[in-house]
Design a protein around this ligand. Structure first.
Ligand code: AMP
Length: 651
């Protein structure tokens, strides 16, 4: 049978046990099994109830959902302001003195903002934007490090109905210019620089370079973060201190329609030209705040740390909008996890008594590589819940996180979602769901997800295939900016009328969803489709291995042969014997079919700036061909090193 006729994804990964919710946690959990029943009975009614209870509307909505496939409108007729929901209403209800953010700069400086402080800063920034001619509907680009002015600027835009587009501070001038031009932004907000591993990231320099090619930008506001000298262009550039600080401390919120565009966010782009994902106001606020409340079990005294960058959707939804809407105290840390040493995060958890930590598997694996002595030096007893997002988490990393960070008492929520979905969609509910390391478990109440085979038929229990979403949900993307045709083409044509996520998944016999990564991360080995994550998990299961990335390499006999890049833990040395041992280990854990034909020890892996492994480049290296687009690569040096070593290996 040819590869094309055998499209199902074979699932070989062994399960690593399961974890029941701790009884004490379950007794106080926000989520109850009744949520699933309520949402199953009528998902629109479920969202409508949550929307009424959780959000303050200036004008109530009259229609919960208008669904003209593939275009959704939620809470139609409703008018609201999201910054009012994040700030004013809490102050009005007596929470003005509650801390909204504890901010920690990389060099060790700190700032604390109460909800009242934040409201004042947001009002001042909104007034400054108005003075510069920004009105409802005008786009504002934001290119800032992880400093308090970043959420302040976002909320200020939202306050006056000006959609923002945040560009991650690690992106180049070229990437920034492309995004500004697509969004046709009128104002750019940036900083003189930011701190990263003790160095200054020269943001203003990149912004200046970008602005040579962005005719729509009229003014540029510059936050003073590092204090080093940067050129300022007269008539265009203004210091934040000069234009924001002198403004009035009050600014009435502009009430907007539920479907008013809140922001544009360009996808991280492991593949093609970035897409401007459109998110609107009412549905986004409902979807993010509801998921935040139940999935993170938010209580009034929690200290919530989502350790992502605000430049990614994770930060938009779960550092800024949802936690503030739920009046939660949050942590923002500016810098790198290894500065000054590998226990920086654990010091922060101890100092601020963080109760909930949400991070990415790539960070967990980086901590694993450094060993458990770093977290063991600190009192992590305040933690009560852990989360992950961004990639499939290999069971070994899940178990390490659960043991070494969560002290075996904290439930772990592995949350699946995308820039496009705006909110978490597949996840355990802590206190209810029995978790299995490596599985994101079940769709959130009200969310419809299925796994289809290549002909569009649902796979049964135990089957693998393509993950689709079968129902609209409030925070879903409303389209690709200015390109409805690309929106249809990208998401709605692979399976007619159903949203295709681009991810592979399998269902186990208990109905649990196991995410397998992007479908282009699936290899065809002798007619079997094997997900790279399964082989990677088997490798990381070996005590010598810190991280691995697996790709398919064209092979005359089996179609694709498995090529594994392996990074060893600190203190372990590469050797031919170890390579043989690792290949045998995979054969033992998964089966001989998954045994890598090629195995290479690498010093590091090429990753996007959000920490996703760029397998596309690893495939180029494995095939010995020229590299494709490398503009989203975090560290270009890594690829060169691997390529040199791989050349040596082939010799
Ligand atoms: P982005 O839009 O950049 O946030 O990336 C979304 C993609 O990240 C998804 O389509 C998945 O491929 C991957 N992803 C995110 N969270 C998870 C998770 N919990 N498990 C597996 N894959 C994930």
């Amino acid at each position: 049978m040819s590869v094309e006729q055998r499209p199902e994804i074979v699932t070989l990964m062994a399960e690593r046990g399961s974890f029941d919710p701790p009884a004490a946690f379950a007794a106080r959990a926000n989520a109850t099994p009744a949520l699933y029943d309520e949402a199953n009975a009528d998902f629109e009614a479920f969202w409508a109830r949550e929307a009424r209870e959780r959000v303050d509307w200036e004008t109530p909505f009259h229609t919960t959902l208008k669904w003209e496939l593939p275009f959704a409108e939620w809470f139609v007729g409703g008018r609201l302001n999201i910054s009012y929901n994040c700030l004013d209403r809490h102050v009005e209800r007596g929470l003005g003195d509650k801390v909204a953010y504890h901010w920690i700069g990389e060099p060790g400086d700190t700032r604390t903002f109460t909800f009242r402080d934040l409201l004042v800063e947001v009002a001042r920034c909104a007034n400054a934007l108005k003075e510069l001619g920004v009105g409802q509907g005008d786009r504002v680009a934001i290119y800032l490090p992880m400093i308090p002015e970043l959420p302040i600027a976002m909320l200020a835009c939202a306050r006056i109905g000006a959609p923002h587009t945040v560009v991650f501070g690690g992106f180049s001038a070229e990437a920034l210019a492309g995004r500004i031009n697509d969004a046709e932004a009128k104002v750019l907000i940036t900083a003189d620089g930011g701190y990263r591993r003790g160095n200054i990231v020269p943001l203003k320099q990149s912004a200046d370079q970008a602005m040579q090619e962005t005719p729509t930008v009229e003014r540029c506001i510059v936050v003073r973060r590092t204090g080093h000298e940067v050129p300022m262009t007269a008539g265009r550039d203004l210091w934040w201190d000069d234009v924001v600080e002198r403004q009035a401390a009050e600014c009435p919120p502009v009430w907007v329609d539920s479907e008013h565009m809140l922001y544009l966010l360009y996808t991280s782009g492991t593949t093609a030209r970035p897409k401007g994902i459109v998110h609107t106001t009412g549905g986004y606020l409902v979807g993010t705040s509801v998921t935040h409340h139940y999935i993170f079990d938010i209580k009034p005294d929690d200290v919530f740390w989502c350790a992502a960058d605000i430049g990614w959707v994770t930060g938009h939804s779960y550092i800024v909008y949802a936690p503030l809407a739920n009046a939660t105290t949050g942590i923002i840390y500016e810098g790198a996890p290894d500065t000054p040493a590998w226990d920086r995060w654990w010091q922060i958890v101890e100092d601020y008594k963080v109760t909930i930590l949400y991070t990415a598997p790539t960070a967990i694996r980086a901590f694993m590589k450094q060993g458990e002595a770093w977290p063991a030096k600190h009192d992590l007893g305040s933690l009560r819940l852990l989360g992950t997002v961004g990639e499939p988490i290999n069971p070994e990393a899940w178990l390490w996180y659960h043991l070494n960070i969560g002290g075996e008492r904290c439930p772990v929520v592995d949350t699946w979602w995308q820039t496009e979905t705006g909110m978490i969609l597949i996840t355990p509910l802590p206190g209810i769901t029995r978790t299995k390391p490596g599985s994101a478990t079940f769709p959130f109440p009200g969310v419809g997800a299925a796994v289809l085979d290549s002909t569009g038929q649902p796979v049964g229990p135990g089957g693998g295939g393509y993950l689709v979403l079968t129902r609209p949900y409030p925070a879903m993307l409303r389209g690709i900016y200015k390109d409805p045709e690309r929106y249809r083409q990208t998401y709605w044509t692979r399976f007619d009328g159903t949203y295709f996520t681009g991810d592979g998944a399998r269902l186990d016999t208990d109905g649990y969803f196991w995410l397998l990564g992007r479908v282009d991360d699936v290899m065809n080995v002798a007619g079997h489709r094997i997900s790279t994550i399964e082989v990677e998990s088997a490798l990381v299961d070996h005590p010598a291995v810190a991280e691995s990335a697996v790709v398919g390499k064209t092979d005359p006999v089996v179609g694709q042969a498995i090529f594994a890049y392996v990074i060893l833990k600190a203190g372990r040395q590469p050797s031919d014997e170890l390579a043989v041992e690792l290949r045998e280990h995979v054969a033992k854990v998964i089966g001989p079919i998954a045994k890598p034909k090629h195995l290479m020890f690498a010093p590091d892996l090429p990753k996007t700036r959000s920490g996703k492994i760029m397998r596309r480049l690893l495939r180029d290296i494995a095939e010995g061909r020229a590299l494709g687009d490398t503009t989203t690569l975090a560290d270009a040096g890594v690829v060169e090193t691997i390529r040199t070593e791989s050349g040596r290996e082939e010799d």
